[in-house]
Write a protein that binds this ligand. Structure first.
Ligand SMILES: *[C@@H]1O[C@H](CO)[C@@H](O)[C@H](O)[C@H]1NC(C)=O
Ligand SMILES: *[C@@H]1O[C@H](CO)[C@@H](O)[C@H](O)[C@H]1NC(C)=O
Ligand SMILES: *[C@@H]1O[C@H](CO)[C@@H](O)[C@H](O)[C@H]1NC(C)=O
Ligand SMILES: *[C@@H]1O[C@H](CO)[C@@H](O)[C@H](O)[C@H]1NC(C)=O
Ligand SMILES: *[C@@H]1O[C@H](CO)[C@@H](O)[C@H](O)[C@H]1NC(C)=O
Ligand SMILES: *[C@@H]1O[C@H](CO)[C@@H](O)[C@H](O)[C@H]1NC(C)=O
Ligand SMILES: *[C@@H]1O[C@H](CO)[C@@H](O)[C@H](O)[C@H]1NC(C)=O
Length: 479
């Protein structure tokens, strides 16, 4: 009834959301990410699990089976081969949460019809044919416990398991089967023996395999060439009446590098919601470490030149028309290059319904001379505040920036002092037509959500709360 592979597949689907990548660098910390799997999500996983289980079981082949029984003075040998499951039904299954304890799985009134070739022999007689075995009234009650191992991986174990099968019917077909049907009580007896002794140990073995898989899951999930995110658990999964909460690290690091960052996760609590199958909450801390990782890799530094500026040519002439001093220095029009540098880590803010990022930087404006050398004209400090609009597409969280406002100040000038407000329109235009669109184009690559095999999000909703963002969603399974 329970082959290793089948149970493995079944549990894989049931624990589909647990198959996130988890590892840890620090224990007992506050989480940066929270994942909530609700009763509705578990029920959905269970339904799919049962369907998949049925299909797989029917495709599976089983090893031949031999047994023998003393009968009077002789011994009768049974042999079953070509064992196939013809029908399997799980009319009543349930998965429920026992707060503070674990997940209870119950299967009631399951039945299985098995077809096989039989062969019965003793020194006196020998017969063979086809057989139908019906096992009915199968009930299984299993309690699964989730925890975290010493390295922060999730762990799952079978705490207890009972199984009973109330009915076993064996019918032999073939030549003289009326005679051999007299011996089916022995077959029934050994089937009962096998069911009683083997099913739960098999289940335990399967859970151990899943546990091993969970413990060797990928450490970090790559966002792109520059950054990776740590999805390890910071504490054992917490089981409540109608959901399981998983607290994950959610720290982003530059690839291959773990620079100390100054951010500390702040405790945050999700609302007591369980209407969707799945909730994912990303804290300000997670976003801030992401921004920090990109900042340290120089992702916020941009050079704007003639070639990349698609709307107009920026030249000393362009600037000369705004700032008369520039025109005086450059009689001949020279191309201009803008060197944008973030001067400190951009700051993230999450307020109810408002997700913003503030970037502090400097822009050095340089003339590119015919011999390819550059001459600095002036440097302005710039602070931009932009809204981040988030959408979910193709299992990715995609952001887009919308400039709220910016502030300029003159930091350095080789042209002497000039009124900085003269440059406001120019910078507004450059930000709007070049910088923000090119940043948005990069952002469309998106932030990958944990990969859930063949599971897609259905009508996800994104909500920004004080200190965190959360996604509530149902899921679809596509085979
Ligand atoms: C099982 O029984 C069959 C038929 O009697 C025999 O050919 C086969 O070798 C036996 N296998 C084992 C493992 O005993
Ligand atoms: C930019 O300058 C090039 C020549 O350097 C010219 O071909 C092109 O039309 C100019 N583009 C705009 C938008 O003025
Ligand atoms: C741009 O500015 C940064 C910081 O001032 C500097 O390190 C870098 O060399 C500059 N790049 C160019 C091409 O001038
Ligand atoms: C951006 O501006 C808004 C509106 O003034 C403000 O609430 C928010 O805190 C600012 N963002 C940052 C990161 O400072
Ligand atoms: C965010 O997206 C929504 C819908 O996609 C749009 O209505 C809204 O204007 C966008 N906001 C910003 C600040 O881009
Ligand atoms: C410009 O920014 C730099 C670096 O953040 C800072 O040291 C300098 O004081 C700023 N200058 C002005 C005029 O704001
Ligand atoms: C996912 O779907 C593909 C076909 O699209 C299928 O081959 C594969 O077995 C499915 N995987 C799981 C885990 O169901």
């Amino acid at each position: 009834l329970t082959g290793p592979q089948r149970t493995g597949e079944m549990m894989k689907v049931w624990s589909f959301i647990l198959l996130l990548s988890w590892f840890t660098l620090q224990l007992d910390a506050n989480p940066g990410l929270k994942v909530r799997i609700t009763q509705k999500g578990l029920d959905f996983g269970k339904e799919i699990g049962m369907e998949i289980l049925k299909e797989r079981i029917k495709e599976e082949s089983f090893p031949d089976w031999n047994d023998s029984e003393k009968f009077g003075l002789s011994e009768i040998n049974y042999h079953l081969s070509g064992i196939r499951i013809d029908t399997i039904e799980f009319p009543n299954t349930a998965i429920s949460l026992i707060p503070g304890t674990g997940i209870k799985l119950t299967i009631e009134n399951a039945y299985v019809i098995i077809k096989a070739n039989w062969n019965i022999r003793s020194w006196m007689f020998k017969g063979s044919g086809r057989t139908t075995v019906v096992i009915s009234g199968v009930s299984i009650t299993a309690m699964l416990v989730m925890s975290m191992d010493s390295t922060g991986h999730p762990s799952i174990s079978l705490d207890s398991c009972q199984m009973i099968a109330s009915g076993v019917e064996v019918k032999l077909h073939g030549k003289n089967s009326w005679f051999y049907n007299m011996f089916t009580k022995f077959l029934k007896k050994s089937i009962h023996r096998i069911l009683d002794s083997n099913s739960c140990p098999n289940l335990r073995q399967e859970i151990e395999i899943i546990d091993m898989e969970l413990r060797i899951l990928q450490i970090l999930m790559q966002i792109d060439d520059f950054a990776q995110i740590d999805y390890s658990l910071v504490k054992s999964p917490a089981v409540f009446q109608s959901y399981i909460d998983l607290d994950l690290q959610g720290t982003t690091y530059p690839v291959g590098n773990y620079p100390a960052h100054p951010y500390v996760p702040v405790p945050f609590a999700l609302q007591d919601s369980s209407d969707s199958m799945l909730y994912l909450a990303v804290s300000k801390y997670s976003f801030q470490t992401t921004v920090f990782a990109y900042y340290t890799t120089g992702a916020f530094n941009i050079i704007v030149t003639d070639e990349v500026c698609s709307y107009f040519n920026i030249t000393t002439e362009t600037f000369g028309s705004i700032i008369p001093e520039v025109a005086q220095y450059y009689a001949e029009s020279q191309p201009v290059m803008l060197n944008l540098t973030a001067t400190k880590t951009p700051v993230i803010s999450l307020q109810t319904d408002a997700f913003t990022i503030e970037i502090h930087g400097s822009v050095e404006v340089l003339a590119v001379l015919p011999d390819a050398t550059t001459q600095s004209l002036f440097t302005v400090n710039i602070t931009t505040n932009s809204s981040i609009n988030l959408t979910l597409f193709d299992q990715k969280l995609i952001g887009s920036l919308c400039l709220n406002r910016f502030q300029l100040s003159l930091a350095d000038s080789n042209l002497g002092f000039f009124e900085i407000s003269l440059l406001e329109n120019f910078f507004f235009y450059i930000l709007h037509s070049e910088i923000i669109p090119s940043a948005n184009a990069k952002l469309t690559k998106g932030f990958p959500l944990p990969n859930l095999a063949n599971i897609s999000l259905k009508k996800p909703l994104i909500k920004v709360e004080q200190g965190y963002l959360w996604i509530s969603t149902d899921v679809n399974y596509e085979q």
